[in-house]
Design a protein. Structure first.
Length: 754
């Protein structure tokens, strides 16, 4: 197979990994820029920001994505000036860099679909490059004059005066150019020529050992490594700036003349651990890689002669390295050999223990696990029919193991929702600026875990709710001041685990829902009979009606009445619920309640006649067993019973779904919790807890109200899974809806929202 065919195959196979990595880095850049706005001088954040941009540029160069490399280089230069203190971070600069990050994302996305990159995007990039170059005029050093143009570098070198002899000092310089140097358009020899004009280079050695054999040599890769002495009066910063064109594509080591042993000892102490003595000494600048390689060859020869000589001793003789420097490096090497988890404060995360797995493979495992659960239930049923105690006990053991495997496997798909919340920092920043509002975003419970598939599908509904809160809920600074509020509004994204579900709340301290305005618009549209004032809960639920909007005028953010009904449908498709609480003048809170996973749940199996149904186990509050069937019911099978002094709406499944079976004399009532409301369901038999593999409903049954899915039992029968929220709406009658207490209603609203 030809080399170009091999490279094409490699790129095709590796490109999806690059795209995934690039999007992670770009997301990291966005979040870091938003964090740096609050800490513009934090060197760790600035360094992390530069590394993200450099990673995107470097990996793009491997795949020959010249457009990504060229544009990212302009951004990278400005980021380098920021971390070196040559530029000051301002909100305007942050906005510029966020726009640049958006353009890099467009270039990355265009790899898969060229139509993503439009003519407007290209024009925006040209304008952004002009702004970045305008910033770079204020940056001292070679980057203020040119990019990675080697000809410009050599042209500048001609104007560098030769160093006077009375101030010359001898520097040992080692530079190893990166393999992507040529691909990034850099000529290493032009850089060396520039350095030569800074002084005199009496000695230069090429490291030929770094060049691979001919059959392994890549003609497009750079293998050049040089070790030379530079006699100059230029300071260290000026020498390093000569390599600024290729600083990210080379390894540079400068050994300063006259450096003391104490200098190297302090430097080694501040370095991270390394398993090899020579690497520590080279990284500290005490020796060059060429000197290390020569010393290692000599050490090998002495070992073959039977008289091995310590490496430190050889370096002391050949390079003049002080023994104290060697001792400090040995101490650092010993620290590396200690167990990682022996450090005080707990064990460290070892990146080598992390494994990236494609989501499709994990989904396939989840599907097989579902089939295993069904097969296990069937085997347990057959074991009970045989009445063999040994076989039943063996199947119980298998069932326990299956449950442990289920819990462990489902845990693999759980991801923190904080990553999704973090995306909204940019949304809040840009949208608030566009609306002329001052808003702070607070994230609470970002470590709450949710199934990855649900996290991806909840992102769009959350986006709409956040933008809706910014547009409709939070007031402008002037209006807030007139109302006695702080100028800066507060938007809170909160997540937590509650009763086997995940609850997400979007809370703002804005003006709240103007109920009278909602009612007037509902009367106009005929959603509510004119003059009728429903309860607050029903008024707030009108906001989810299709096409409903209270906006005075249509903007690019809202006013068309499209969104809230889609939000509700999307959330209910995840077997979730959404509700609004609001206090006019104080704020609003939207609560989304979602199941932990969409794959396998713990269910409570019940029977009505010959039919089988399943409730999610976490929604079952209690069971009222063996009582006479409730009395008069309406056409939908709705009635009421008394439960500990309060009215409980009850639903008869036999009447609701028209099940043809004779009702028993005595029935059980299963009490279900749906949000803040409870209701009961009349059932014939209780079949206990059941591991439930959720299967989608067929197209014919998708319109069946109160049902969210199906499952296959061990005997091959199909059981329907209830949507407890939809079933609760069917259970609530007009007369009981007002009588039931609302646990979420506050006696005092002074603390709202919490």
């Amino acid at each position: 197979m030809k080399r170009d065919e091999i490279d094409a195959g490699f790129i095709k196979d590796a490109l999806p990994a690059f795209l995934s990595e690039a999007h992670e880095q770009l997301e990291g850049i966005e979040q870091l820029l938003l964090q740096i706005e609050n800490a513009p001088t934090d060197r760790e954040l600035l360094d992390a920001l530069f590394r993200c941009a450099h990673t995107v540029k470097g990996t793009a160069g491997i795949f020959g994505l010249d457009a990504v490399v060229a544009f990212t280089h302009h951004v990278e230069t400005v980021l380098d000036a920021l971390r070196e203190g040559q530029l000051q971070f301002t909100p305007a600069l942050g906005t510029l860099l966020l726009r640049c990050n958006d353009q890099i994302r467009v270039l990355v996305d265009s790899i898969q679909d060229p139509r993503v990159d439009t003519a407007q995007d290209s024009a925006d990039r040209v304008a952004l490059i002009a702004e970045l170059q305008g910033l770079r005029q204020d940056i001292p050093g070679p980057d203020a004059v040119s990019d990675t143009n080697a000809n410009d570098a050599s042209g500048q070198a001609a104007n560098v005066p030769e160093a006077p002899c009375d101030c010359e000092r001898s520097w040992n310089v080692y530079v190893q150019f990166g393999p992507d140097c040529f691909r990034n358009g850099t000529d290493p020899l032009a850089v060396v020529s520039y350095v030569q004009h800074m002084g005199k280079v009496p000695r230069i050695v090429c490291d030929v050992d770094a060049i691979p054999l001919l059959d392994a040599l890549d003609a497009e890769s750079c293998y050049l490594s040089l070790d030379f002495r530079l006699d100059t009066c230029a300071p260290r910063q000026e020498i390093e700036s000569a390599f600024s064109f290729v600083r990210d594509d080379c390894t540079l080591s400068l050994i300063e003349p006259g450096a003391s042993a104490d200098h190297f000892v302090k430097l080694i102490d501040s370095m991270p651990q390394s398993p090899r003595l020579g690497d520590i000494l080279v990284a500290a600048g005490a020796i060059t890689p060429t000197q290390l390689r020569a010393a290692l060859l000599r050490q090998g020869e002495s070992a073959r002669e039977g008289t091995p000589i310590p490496l430190g001793q050889i370096l002391h003789v050949t390079s003049g390295l002080e023994p104290t420097v060697v001792d400090a490096a040995l101490v650092k090497q010993t620290q590396q050999r200690q167990p990682r988890d022996a450090a005080p404060g707990g064990s460290l995360v070892d990146d080598s223990r992390l494994l990236r797995v494609h989501a499709d493979r994990l989904d396939a495992v989840i599907n097989l696990l579902g089939e295993l659960v069904i097969a296990g239930a069937g085997a347990a049923l057959l074991a009970r029919q045989t009445r063999s105690s040994a076989l039943v006990e063996a199947n119980m053991q298998v069932a326990r193991l299956i449950e442990e495997i289920r819990n462990g496997t489902l845990q693999l798909r759980m991801v923190p929702i904080g990553d999704t919340f973090a995306r909204f920092r940019r949304v809040v920043r840009d949208t608030a600026a566009k609306l002329g509002k001052d808003v702070s975003l607070e994230v609470v419970g970002g470590d709450t875990e949710l199934d990855k598939s649900m996290v991806e599908r909840i992102a769009d509904p959350l986006m709409h709710l956040v933008r809706n809160a910014l547009d409709h809920g939070l007031e402008s600074p002037q209006v807030r001041e007139a109302a006695g509020k702080p100028r800066q509004g507060k938007l809170t994204l909160m997540a937590a685990h509650e009763s086997g579900a995940v609850v997400i709340r979007i809370i703002d301290d804005g003006q709240g829902v103007r109920r009278q305005r909602v009612l007037e618009r509902a009367w106009e549209r005929g959603l509510v009979e004119h003059g009728v004032t429903p309860p607050d809960e029903q008024i707030l639920s009108l906001l989810f009606a299709p096409g409903f909007s209270t906006a005075e005028q249509v903007t690019d953010l809202s006013g068309r009445g499209v969104g809230m009904d889609v939000v509700r449908r999307n959330i209910e498709s995840l077997r979730g619920t959404v509700a609004i609480r609001s206090v006019e003048g104080e704020g609003s809170a939207i609560e989304i309640r979602l199941p932990l996973t969409l794959a396998i749940i713990d269910g409570f199996l019940i029977g009505v006649g010959a039919s089988r149904f399943i409730f999610p186990l976490e929604t079952v509050v209690e069971v009222i067993e063996s009582r006479a069937a409730p009395g008069k019911r309406d056409a939908r099978g709705r009635t009421c019973v008394e439960l500990r002094g309060r009215v409980l709406p009850v639903l008869d499944l036999r009447a609701l779904y028209g099940l043809e079976s004779t009702p028993p004399e005595r029935v059980s009532v299963v009490v279900i919790q749906s949000g803040s409301r409870q209701y009961g369901v009349i059932v014939d038999t209780l079949l206990g807890q059941h591991q439930t593999v959720i299967k989608p409903m067929g197209r014919m049954f998708r319109s069946l109200r109160g049902i969210s899915g199906s499952s296959i039992l061990g005997n091959g029968e199909v059981a329907l899974i209830f949507d407890v929220n939809a079933l609760g709406h069917l259970a609530a009658t007009e007369n009981t809806r007002h009588e039931l207490p609302d646990p979420t209603r506050r006696a005092s609203n002074s603390n709202f929202p919490q």
